[in-house]
Design a protein around this ligand. Structure first.
Ligand code: NAP
Length: 250
């Protein structure tokens, strides 16, 4: 698969799964723009990706930061072919284990601001660029609770379910511009954030919950995403792809 000549943006692409996705897109020939809220992470990330990487500061929860980001990238890039909305609010045990009746408005809004509204903000601007070129792919990183629900983490589920709605709208409203859109409903993936968030026994439970009896590897998730972004998937749009080791079999 070749992504030669393509320009991709991966939000939150300076670490974790986002960095693996950015590496894979670059390995397949794409120029990649990675974003982080923390400037030093951008240089480290780009050094790991190699040539054809550009790093920009971005906080998707802040409209001013989003405006600055687009002002900066418009100087160097007149086209964006692939957007991966990967940025996600950091896992906080305190929020995760609260039941719906204990979640505060602020906790809900903080998560929506990043995972859902942040992705909406970026997609909105990118769509204007993609429409001019009549091509593009937008991939939203959702999660299996968006489909199945979960007994914890309601703000996360709500935000990720909203992303699936956003994906469908982009597909239906912009298919006529040759813009495709997908949600990825991820299962448990072995990232640093995941290891930091869960205890050993919780990680073991997560492994046992899917049919392959292991966590996903960030590199294999990245390969699936690069494949969807490329030319192998061109007669499909609006879908939610479940990549979870066979936990949800629908
Ligand atoms: N790992 C899993 O098992 C799993 C399962 C399902 C879904 N997911 C989803 O996959 C994505 C990546 O997860 P991960 O495991 O790699 O966790 P992670 O390391 O915490 O990645 C989240 C990324 O989002 C960025 N971010 C956070 N707040 C932001 C903001 N306000 N503006 C812009 N960027 C922001 C962070 O970048 P900076 O700190 O550099 O700004 C970070 O790189 C997330 O959307 C997550 O919900 C992960």
């Amino acid at each position: 698969m070749s992504l030669d000549g393509k320009v991709s943006i991966v939000t939150g692409g300076a670490g974790g799964l986002g960095l693996e996705i950015a590496k894979e897109l670059a390995r397949n020939g794409s120029v990649v723009i990675i974003t982080s809220r923390k400037r030093p992470k951008l240089e480290i990330g780009c050094n790991m990706i190699g040539k054809n990487c550009y790093g920009f500061e971005l906080d998707v929860s802040k409209p001013k930061s989003v405006a600055q980001f687009f002002k900066h990238i418009s100087k160097d890039f007149d086209t964006i072919d692939i957007l991966v909305n990967n940025a996600g609010f950091p896992f906080e045990r305190d929020i995760w284990f609260k039941k719906v009746h204990d979640i505060t408005d602020k906790q809900l809004l903080n998560i929506l601001q990043v995972d859902l509204i942040g992705s909406f903000r970026i997609s909105k601007e990118i769509l204007k660029i993609m429409m001019k070129k009549s091509k593009g792919v937008i991939i939203n990183i959702a999660s299996t609770p968006a489909i199945s629900g979960h007994s914890y983490g309601s703000p996360y589920t709500i935000a990720k379910a909203g992303l699936i709605g956003l994906t469908k709208h982009i597909a239906l409203e912009y298919g006529q511009y040759n813009i495709r859109s997908y949600s990825i409903a991820l299962g448990d993936v072995d990232t640093q954030a995941m290891r930091k968030s869960l205890s050993k026994s919780e990680l073991q439970k997560a492994r046992n919950e899917n049919t392959l009896k292991r966590l996903g590897r960030p590199e294999e998730i990245a390969k699936s995403i690069a494949s969807i972004a490329g030319e192998n998937f061109t007669f499909s749009t609006g879908n939610t792809l479940i990549i979870d080791g066979g936990k949800l079999v629908i």
